[in-house]
Design a protein around this ligand. Structure first.
Ligand code: HPA
Ligand code: ZN
Length: 350
């Protein structure tokens, strides 16, 4: 997929990217050696091959064919991250790449619970990301506010404990300001948003924003969107929905998005791995033409998704939704408006 010069040059904002999903094979190889973490691959070529994970959410969806799932591949990658410097380098690699892609502002997700159970202190992870946040803005001009995800297939109490450990790095009074929101990610099979209501309540009370994944075509996807919109914290629980494309399945969900003004962070390339062009892009076009539904385009886990980054995802929408250049500029502006950037940053970006 050739990215057109117009899309390449478009100023961008990215609101749905998992920092662990930007780990390149080369950085992973380097960190494995540096930290003496054994990889289940004998050669660099075998490691590269492992990134060829086609969409395979067997446990997330139904059935089991024995192959590693997407999320197993993604979490396997996190094993090489151990030292503060590693997290810093991962963060810097993304922000440097982001600058090349003309991303001006980003809100990367991180999964603290991938590290705490291995005995890595929260400070190691968060100091590393915070150093990248600061230096990435200075050196590459990419500002970022980060989002701590609850890993929803792990125990709720573990998520709450992780949040409490991370709180000094949150944008709270007296906090260090790395992250300004919490999210909900990982395998959502039988893990509805309501399970995490208490965790969301804590974050809200701390003045943080809340978002949650309602991934496309998961079992119970419409039910999870319904909960996110109407049930969690009496319908005031979430400020955005990550993915949420299945809102198209039920009129009351679209109505809820419009009435509550809940935007969607969509990742078209992620869906394109398992939906045909002529099935997927008309859905996005329908959302584009719908009054009052706001969405933006993002990458999700670019290194685990055929190395397609936000520019590739935007190119697909540009081509297959039949949007004009003016539409694409409007889509880019949507991302600024949907973001939780500080008011003065937003003004500058618009
Ligand atoms: N789905 C759910 N959670 C995730 C993903 C995903 O594709 N990537 C990183 N966390
Ligand atoms: Zn995601």
């Amino acid at each position: 997929l050739q990215v057109s010069p117009f899309i390449a040059a478009l100023p961008k904002v990215e609101l749905h990217v998992h920092i662990e999903g930007t780990l390149t094979p080369s950085l992973r190889w380097k960190l494995a050696q540096r930290n003496k973490v054994p990889l289940p691959y004998a050669t660099y070529d075998e490691l590269l091959e492992s990134y060829n994970v086609l969409y395979n959410h067997r446990k997330e969806l139904h059935g089991d064919n024995g192959a590693p799932t997407f999320l197993e591949t993604y979490f396997a990658g996190t094993q090489v991250l151990c030292q503060e410097q590693d997290f810093y380098e991962l963060g810097m690699a993304y922000l440097e790449k982001a600058a090349e892609l003309n991303i001006r502002y980003a809100e990367p997700f991180f999964d603290l619970q991938a590290y705490l159970p291995r005995g890595i202190p929260a400070a190691t992870v968060l100091d590393g990301y915070m150093r990248a946040q600061r230096e990435g803005a200075e050196r590459f001009g990419v500002r970022s506010n980060w989002i701590m995800c609850f890993v929803r297939d792990r125990p709720v109490e573990e998520g709450i404990a992780a949040y409490e450990a991370a709180r000094p790095w949150a944008r709270v009074p007296g906090g260090r300001g790395l992250f300004h929101a919490v999210g909900l990610a990982s395998n959502e099979y039988d893990r509805p948003p309501m399970l995490f209501e208490e965790a969301f309540r804590m974050a809200k009370q701390d003045g943080l924003h809340v978002t949650m994944h309602c991934d496309v075509d998961q079992k119970d996807a419409p039910t999870h969107i319904h909960e996110a919109l109407f049930t969690v914290l009496d319908g005031r629980g979430t400020d955005r929905i990550d993915h949420g494309l299945n809102a198209l399945d039920r009129p009351e969900l679209l109505q809820g998005l419009i009435e509550r003004q809940i935007p969607l962070t969509l990742c078209p390339h992620a869906y394109h791995r398992r939906q045909a062009t002529e099935v997927l892009f008309p859905k996005l076009r329908k959302l584009w033409d719908m009054e009052g539904v706001k969405w933006c385009v993002n990458s999700d886990d670019p290194t685990y998704m055929h190395d397609v980054w936000i520019d590739g995802a935007l190119e697909k929408v540009y081509r297959y939704c039949g949007l004009s250049k003016a539409d694409m500029v409007r889509l880019s502006r949507n991302a600024v408006e949907i973001s939780w950037a500080e008011a003065e940053v937003k003004t500058e970006l618009l």
